[in-house]
Ligand binder design. Structure first.
Ligand SMILES: NC(=O)c1ccc[n+]([C@@H]2O[C@H](COP(=O)([O-])OP(=O)(O)OC[C@H]3O[C@@H](n4cnc5c(N)ncnc54)[C@H](OP(=O)(O)O)[C@@H]3O)[C@@H](O)[C@H]2O)c1
Length: 358
């Protein structure tokens, strides 16, 4: 019941935590801006669609064939992101746990753009061994890599553990993408050097990251929670993805690499991610709040914007909402927290992969 209540707040006030820190006048203005779809400084707003955004960036896309890996593209926001960028000529690599679903998406993409190049591979992001296998398989193809969209995600009510024995939401949403990024980042740096085109990494986060206070952001407890709460676990994983983007952005800058990494909140979209929350109450909430929800295409617009827009050139370690730079929580901005999380994750993954040869 508690998580349903939290869901209500998330849907009714999609930007509630950013908004709560504003005064009443600004709150009204921000809510009206969201509802009316008034565009921000980027020229886009909450009602911009993935297709509009990708289309206006097409000169960049057409100038040279780009290659993008998009996780979680078998449904929802990821599927629409893949469709929109493939339509503009980007070669799309889709790592998926359900290859049949991925093949259906490939067919849909090819209907839209018969010349689209779509490559399917297997991955289970909750398994470090599977992520490692995918990366080795991808690297063996010898393709360049310009864009990595860490989009896959789950929001589970039930406490489950991955094959590595870590809490499933944290393992899927954060740990798997951490390893994916780590194993592919050199390829992205190399591609950027060879082509002169900036590489871009996009982490799908959520406004819900702001719900996490310092007192419930402890690495070991997130790996092995005692009192599981699905909404809290989801929010923690989404905070981790922003901190990851902040820390990697710093490291890329220190290396002088022509690759950026940013986090995005796509907006609230009724996708498969809420499948575990089905029921009369949730369905009623979605029905009542339907005017506040985004369509899937609107939800995919911010990922497309950050991946393709020349306006984002050079921007790294930022957080975007409705295709505009936005503010994340104080904790998400904490550099020492980001560094600590990165160190702990690296140590964990080293230990795990070392002990389990794959
Ligand atoms: N929808 C929203 O309102 C909302 C709001 C804020 C943030 N987000 C974020 O946006 C991203 C996309 O979510 P969505 O709403 O589009 O959800 P969705 O429709 O449920 O899509 C999630 C995708 O992730 C994939 N996935 C899940 N677990 C995986 C695993 N272990 N290995 C590989 N792939 C896995 C799913 O694959 P299968 O097809 O095999 O299940 C699916 O393709 C997520 O990161 C989510 O947290 C969504």
């Amino acid at each position: 019941m508690c998580s349903i209540y939290m869901l209500v707040v998330a849907i009714v006030l999609p930007c509630c935590f950013e908004i709560l820190s504003l005064n009443c006048g600004t709150l009204m203005k921000e809510t009206l801006r969201y509802l009316a779809g008034i565009v921000g400084p980027s020229g886009y707003g909450s009602k911009s669609t993935a297709e509009q955004v990708a289309h206006s960036c097409s000169y960049l896309v057409d100038s040279q064939r780009l290659t993008a890996i998009i996780t979680g593209a078998t449904s929802g926001i990821g599927a629409e992101t893949a469709r929109a960028v493939a339509k503009r000529g980007v070669r799309v690599v889709i790592p998926a746990r359900d290859i049949k679903k991925a093949a259906e998406l490939k067919e849909r993409i090819r209907k839209d753009n018969p010349n689209a190049e779509v490559i399917l591979c297997e991955i289970d992001l909750s398994s470090l061994a599977s992520v490692k296998r995918f990366c080795n398989e991808f690297l063996a193809l010898g393709l360049p890599l310009n864009i990595l969209i860490n989009n896959a995600g789950i929001f589970s009510q039930k406490l489950e553990f991955s094959e590595d024995k870590f809490e499933m939401t944290f393992a899927t949403n954060y740990l798997g993408h951490y390893l994916l990024t780590e194993m592919l980042i050199e390829k992205m740096i190399e591609t950027a050097e060879q082509t002169g085109i900036q590489g871009r990494i996009i982490n799908l986060s959520s406004v819900i990251h702001s719900w996490v206070g310092r007192d419930c952001f402890h690495f070991n407890q997130m790996l092995h929670p005692i009192n599981y709460n699905g909404t809290r676990a989801y929010a923690q994983s989404k905070l981790a993805t922003i901190l990851h983007a902040k820390e990697i952005a710093k490291q890329l800058k220190a290396k002088n690499a022509n690759v950026t990494i940013n986090a995005v909140h796509p907006g609230i979209v009724k996708t498969g991610i809420f499948r575990a929350h089905k029921g009369f109450i949730t369905d009623s909430i979605f029905f009542i709040a339907s005017k506040l929800l985004k369509s899937t295409s609107q939800g995919a617009s911010t990922s497309c914007y950050v991946a393709l827009s020349p306006q984002v050139e050079g921007m790294s370690g930022k957080y975007f909402v409705d295709c505009n730079e936005s503010n994340c929580s104080v904790l998400a901005n904490d550099e020492s927290e980001a560094r600590r999380l990165w160190r702990q994750t690296r140590a964990l993954i080293r230990r795990r992969l070392y002990q389990t040869p794959c």
